[in-house]
Write a protein that binds this ligand. Structure first.
Ligand SMILES: CC(C)(COP(=O)(O)OP(=O)(O)OC[C@H]1O[C@@H](n2cnc3c(N)ncnc32)[C@H](O)[C@@H]1OP(=O)(O)O)[C@@H](O)C(=O)NCCC(=O)NCCS
Length: 161
């Protein structure tokens, strides 16, 4: 599949509405944790977007907890642009930013473990993640019966490459 028209870049303030619109259906079906536009503005430096023919069709965010842990959050690709490697590109972009910033380990909480496993992530017990990871999750209606899968990848090999 051609990726000639696909670009990846940091999000800008004028992207916020499109980011929100892209995430909305996946927040409504509980695939993604709820975020409003104010929250996206406040964390805009964490966001990476993907454009296809100048339209935002993908988004991801990298949230850093400490030197040893960062989370890939709010990852979504528009249904009309899925299966074109955009999701892989967004994960790679998050890993590159994490590596540049000196973070050594990435994780995600996901329902699409296959997507992450094929990118070098491993499934771990959710309980192995530190307590502070769950501060956002307490606002999730599924908090008491979370069925997401925790996946983790070491970035140390990337930083030595
Ligand atoms: C998961 C998601 C980001 C993948 O984006 P994408 O651009 O379609 O992914 P890519 O094209 O880079 O990779 C495709 C590969 O990933 C895997 N994959 C993608 N979506 C998958 C899914 N829903 N279930 C299982 N595997 C999936 C498959 O191996 C697929 O390869 P295939 O097409 O040969 O089967 C996208 O499906 C999405 O936005 N889903 C809804 C929101 C979501 O679940 N976000 C993840 C939160 S952590």
């Amino acid at each position: 599949m051609s990726s000639l028209n696909i670009t990846i870049r940091s999000a800008q303030v004028q992207d916020v509405e499109a980011i929100y619109d892209l995430m909305l259906p996946f927040m409504q079906d509980k695939t993604l944790i709820e975020r409003n536009q104010d929250d996206i503005f406040e964390h805009l430096q964490e966001f990476i977007v993907s454009l296809k023919d100048d339209e935002i069709v993908g988004v991801s965010a990298l949230h850093i907890y400490d030197s040893n842990l960062a989370e890939i959050r709010s990852l979504v690709v528009s249904p009309k642009a899925q299966r074109m490697s955009i999701g892989h590109k967004l994960v790679k972009a998050c890993e590159e930013v994490g590596t540049q910033l000196g973070v050594t380990r990435m994780f995600a909480l996901t329902y699409v473990d296959k997507f992450f496993l094929e990118q070098g992530y491993e499934i771990v017990a959710k309980e192995s993640l530190p307590q502070k990871v769950w501060t956002v999750c307490v606002h999730c209606p599924k908090f008491s019966h979370c069925d997401e899968i925790a996946v983790v990848k070491s970035l140390e090999e990337l930083s030595m490459a």
